[in-house]
Design a binder for this molecule. Structure first.
Ligand SMILES: [Zn+2]
Length: 185
């Protein structure tokens, strides 16, 4: 799980303010796809954990230099907190790990397309790359409903990849809502 590290280390970010995510992510190919899948599965495990606690199953992990530095799952009900989305929880935890609200050189993996709030927070955190799984046709802010991420008038650009194991991550959500509807009958 150290894919990218040898690419990242020689780069001094102080000297390269224009640094783009391609520096760390240009490896491409099968190994990075496998690595992305492994991290998305870790995010999926977070989603399943959220469901166990009665929450809508969405999970996220944050990765830096090939290692998971923070995890989060949706906990809006448990915390009575409308902002306690998986991505926000993970970013708060990562901020504590680094002692810095800026999460540069980090990739955020999340099982569902981020909403407007989370997309905004991802921009504030200067996340380098976002990988999300299923599209959210109801609230997605990465193109489905809104395009907060990489809006042409916003400064910070995020590399966005989507659709990774989307069937599985989407199924967790659709199963959850189907069970909830059945329980309500
Ligand atoms: Zn959100």
């Amino acid at each position: 799980m150290i894919v990218g590290r040898d690419v990242i280390e020689p780069v001094n970010s102080a000297e390269t303010p224009e640094r783009t995510p391609t520096v760390a992510l240009s490896r491409g190919g099968e190994s990075s796809v496998l690595t992305d899948s492994a991290f998305m599965r870790a995010a999926m495990a977070e989603a399943i954990a959220a469901e166990r606690d009665g929450e809508v199953p969405v999970g996220a992990v944050i990765v830096r230099e090939g290692e998971i530095v923070a995890r989060g799952n949706n906990r809006v009900l448990r915390d009575s907190d409308p902002t306690a989305h998986a991505e926000v929880i993970a970013m708060r935890a990562a901020g504590k790990v680094f002692g810095n609200y800026r999460l540069e050189d980090c990739t955020l993996y999340t099982t569902l397309e981020p909403c407007a709030m989370c997309a905004g927070a991802i921009l504030h955190a200067r996340i380098t790359r976002l990988v999300y799984s299923a599209n959210d046709p109801k609230a997605g802010a990465c193109g489905s409903v809104l395009s907060v991420m990489n809006h042409p008038q916003l400064n910070h650009k995020v590399q966005v990849d989507s659709g990774l194991i989307a069937e599985e991550c989407g199924a967790i959500l659709t199963d959850f809502f189907r069970k909830r509807r059945q329980a309500a009958r």
